[in-house]
Design a protein around this ligand. Sequence first.
Ligand SMILES: [Zn+2]
Length: 459
Amino acid sequence: MQETNSPRLTFHGGVGEVTGANFLLEYRHLRVLIDCGLFQGAENERQNRAPFGYDPASIDCLLVTHAHLDHIGRIPKLVREGFRGVIYSTAETKKISEIMLADALHLLVTGAEKVGVYPLYGESDVAKTFALWKTVSYGAKISFSKDLEVAVRDAGHVLGSSMFEFVVGRRGETMRVLFTGDLGNTNSTLQNKIAPPGGIHYLVIESVYGDRNHESREEREEKFLTVVREAIERGGTLLIPAFSLERTQTILHKLNHLVEEKQIPSIPVFLDSPLAIKITRIYESISSLYSAEIRQEMAAGDDVFRFPKLKETARVAESQNIISVPNPKIIIAGSGMSTGGRVVEHEKHLLPDPKTTVLLLGYQAPGTLGRRIQDGVREVKIDDAIVRVRARVEIIEGYSAHMDSEHLIEFAESSKGTLRKVFVVMGEPKSSFFLAQRVRDYSGISATVPERGRSYPLF
Ligand SMILES: [Zn+2]
């Protein structure tokens, strides 16, 4: 294998699009991958099946920023195709990844059977993946050689999420290269607000919300309360399509407060997602990593994700019974972009009812049912049925798990004196280009949206 004397960075996914994060850092004989995510969305099956842009067997190590599928979903494929290095993440990311990949495997297998192709990977590949997986804590350093090490830092995005900060080169001539993974919303209830790092030379930064700002925390809380109260007054169902990781727990925590403080009447709330139920158990088993606010509540003995009238419906029969429970009621169900999962079944029944409120709380990717509902389409196709949308649709972006534009800019600017280049990744083109241009024009820092498959020498 060819050695590279200056560090080199290649972007194998997650450029000009939100999903498929996969970055390769090479230095001398070492090859380190950062994330190995699934390309998500209807047209991405082909991309997921395409060979990697490198030989998986030649990779020494894989660092995993967090357990969302667009960061972990192709790891078993990497293992199937020869990767035998070490995988590192926090313990929480590993635990949640076990649940996420088991769930993804089920969907991949049933999806592949439907169209008569082999699934992307099998159960044994997932088992082999976890045999290679080691855990590290925030603040830990992994040393690959005397001139390449990486520090693990909290990214504030979801439970266990990390940034990876590399120190490359020998004493006196070192460079700091930071991969943000996904960065947390500075208004996150559950996760810590992270401080922009400073002193970075090369920054690989996400840009899901590169061109948009969120509502303030006060605004979003007020809006949420209004939406819930109005939905109850109209006597229908409030349907919240929610991502199983972080968003669901944030909303459970919020509803817990509203019920305990009697700001809303106590009505039935269904957590209708086996995946979200399992992940909520992991959230409940951790008490140390959260924001000070949550740690205090937990220490005071509050079950922050539970309240009377919350019912978890893990079994299919229980889920099917929800429809017969009289309104008003609240259903929290996955998937967050209505690309599958139980929420789609509920949408089929509930979208035509003008008493229904659909509350969208996060990014809806182009081409998804969630995006069409967000765009105000009056008719959608679900399975083979045409479904009229008469439901009220509400959108609150402030509960996003992602950092918004102004804070991403602030994050990059914190290293203004040292930054040589910012690589803007993991966003739709308009978000990534906006952020790159904004950082270039206002801060005078070199910033680019890298090209897929191209290598960039670092110094
Ligand atoms: Zn994420």
